[in-house]
Design a protein around this ligand. Structure first.
Ligand code: MCA
Ligand code: AMP
Length: 481
């Protein structure tokens, strides 16, 4: 296939490709640094990448892709159980990390290759096919440990080109964001996106409204964020004229990974005169729909299908919904070159995810307006929680909680939260009713085992969990008033 990053071998050599804090690389420097990584990992099967929000992560992933090797981005805050699962399942041959980064015990025994952005090597010739895996990204399901979505090179290229079309995204754009680099949003859209266009990404290291204001007021043209970040912007705007000016001057403000509340959309519009546009995607499908740069940025909608994406809404029995009435709700199913190929080592889960005619069942419920705009109205599974834009399965947290000696029974739900969208609530029956474990104890336990963003924010202690005649926990009865 043609190269994923044409700008690395021809074109804007002296333009800045990547900037993380005060460290940056031009296209020529990135080509040399990623070429050196590529030479070291060529032919090595899969490589894991210790995905800190730094230059080395971007160089490591690009180096692997140049060498035709699939990269498995790892959350550097993964707890021992989660990391052990991902490494066991994906069986990488090496782990790429910045020199000096400390790797936890779970990665002991795995060969380590330090990424040094100053070491140069020639860009390897790209022999990979477009169906070859580019990335394996782990994503939570309702039960069990996360599954590795195998994303082919074709999916990465087509989704980024479809977004370029929808957003008029070019090499002149300078993107700013503070998203983590172990998920599709921050890594594929936020790093590989600008690099495929020959443009620039400035990463904030960690998201702050000050960082957003500074970068948009000094040449950045686009902002990507999850709704929690836009909520924090909306909160800060009344007292921060510099931030208002920054957003007003941006070419494009894009939100995704979860629904942007209409209230936050409207507050930002009122304070800046700018409307945030939403796009809708999934780890397994990359991007499916978006409000287009030249379209109407209607609050509460995720826009229209991207070029190349077939999207349908279906009834419970599989019948396609033909109405464009803003009312008839169906499950979103998608087909196209943007899709993943499989869940690694999980043929059962892969088969269950697709219909007989090759559509992927997203589990998201939506309606379509008269002009084709899609509005997501909910989700099929109550056991999937979106908190801060992260998808978190209730089952994996319940399993972790049950491993705590103070917990006899556990159920996890998501509750509306103005900042996080949903917050994780743990309902527990303690082993000893006289001394139930507190929220700090259980949050620390889950954070150490899984990841900090999976920790419960609230713990509610019960004498027993509500169960039906079959013994199944009735989560809908677990509400707090
Ligand atoms: C607090 N912390 C703890 C504990 N309590 N650490 C360990 N144990 C504890 N008990 C730490 C946290 O690690 C963090 O550390 C700090 O306290 C604050 O954490 P928290 O409040 O959880 O989060 P936040 O920093 O306020 O984060 C909000 C956020 C974040 C920045 C919006 O949720 C975020 O980055 N979300 C992005 C999710 C995303 O990219 N999703 C894409 C997947 P420290 O302060 O040191 O950091 S979806 C996708 O890819 C699809 C394709 C799509 O459509 O986009
Ligand atoms: P993930 O599996 O972490 O990639 O998350 C994908 C899920 O995030 C989708 O199935 C949706 O439920 C949700 N999502 C992504 N973008 C949006 C959006 N703009 N509006 C509403 N939900 C979204």
């Amino acid at each position: 296939m043609s190269s994923l990053f044409p700008a690395l071998t021809g074109g804007p050599g002296e333009r800045v490709a990547l900037r993380f804090g005060d460290r940056s690389l031009t296209y020529a420097q990135l080509a040399a640094a990623a070429g050196a990584v590529g030479a070291r990992v060529r032919g090595r099967g899969r490589v894991a990448v210790w995905a800190t929000p730094g230059l080395e992560t971007a160089v490591g992933v690009v180096g692997a892709l140049l060498a035709g090797v699939a990269a498995v981005p790892l959350n550097p805050r993964s707890g021992e159980k989660e990391l052990g699962h991902i490494l066991g399942d994906s069986a990488p041959s090496v782990v790429l990390a910045a020199a000096g980064d400390e790797l936890p015990a779970a990665s002991a025994g795995l060969e380590r290759v330090d990424v040094d952005v100053r070491v140069a090597g020639p860009v390897p010739e790209d022999h990979a096919g477009d169906g070859d895996p580019a990335l394996i990204v782990y994503t939570s399901g309702t039960t069990g440990p996360p599954k590795g979505a195998v994303l082919p090179r074709r999916a990465v290229a087509t989704t980024l080109d479809a977004l370029a079309d929808a957003w008029r995204w070019t090499g002149e754009d300078v993107l700013v964001h503070g998203l983590p680099l172990f998920h599709v949003h921050g890594l594929v859209l936020g790093v590989l996106g600008p690099l495929r266009r020959g443009g620039t990404v400035r990463h904030l290291g960690r998201f702050t409204t000050e960082g957003v204001a500074r970068e948009l007021n000094s040449g950045a043209t686009m902002l990507f964020g999850v709704p929690t970040m836009y909520h924090r912007i909306a909160e800060a705007l009344p007292g921060d004229p510099e931030l208002a000016e920054a957003l007003a001057g941006a070419r494009l403000l894009v939100s995704g990974s979860a629904a942007l509340p209409v209230h936050d959309h409207e507050r930002i519009a009122a304070a800046t005169g700018r409307r945030v546009i939403e796009r809708y995607g999934m780890t397994e499908t990359l991007m499916n729909t978006s409000v287009r740069a030249d379209g109407e940025a209607r609050a509460g909608t995720v826009g229209v299908p991207l070029p190349g994406v077939e999207l349908r809404l279906v009834e419970e029995d599989g019948t396609a919904i033909t109405a464009y009435d803003g009312e008839t709700v169906g499950e979103i199913q998608v087909r196209g070159p943007n899709l993943f190929t499989e869940y690694l080592n999980r043929p059962d889960a892969t088969a269950a995810a697709f219909t007989a005619d090759g559509f992927f069942r997203t589990g998201d419920m939506a309606v379509r307006d008269g002009d084709g705009y899609v509005r997501i109205v909910g989700r099929k599974a109550t056991d999937l929680i979106k908190s801060g834009g992260y998808k978190i399965g209730a089952g994996e947290i319940e399993n972790a909680l049950l491993e705590h000696p103070g917990v006899r029974e556990a159920a996890v739900t998501g509750e509306p939260d103005p900042d996080l969208g949903e917050r994780i609530v743990a309902w527990i029956v303690p082993a000893d009713p006289q001394s139930p474990p507190g929220v700090e104890e259980l949050a620390g336990h889950v954070a150490r085992r899984l990841a900090p963003h999976k920790r419960p924010r609230v713990v509610r202690v019960l004498d027993s969990l509500p169960r039906n005649d079959m013994g199944k926990i009735m989560k809908r009865a677990l509400t707090h008033d």
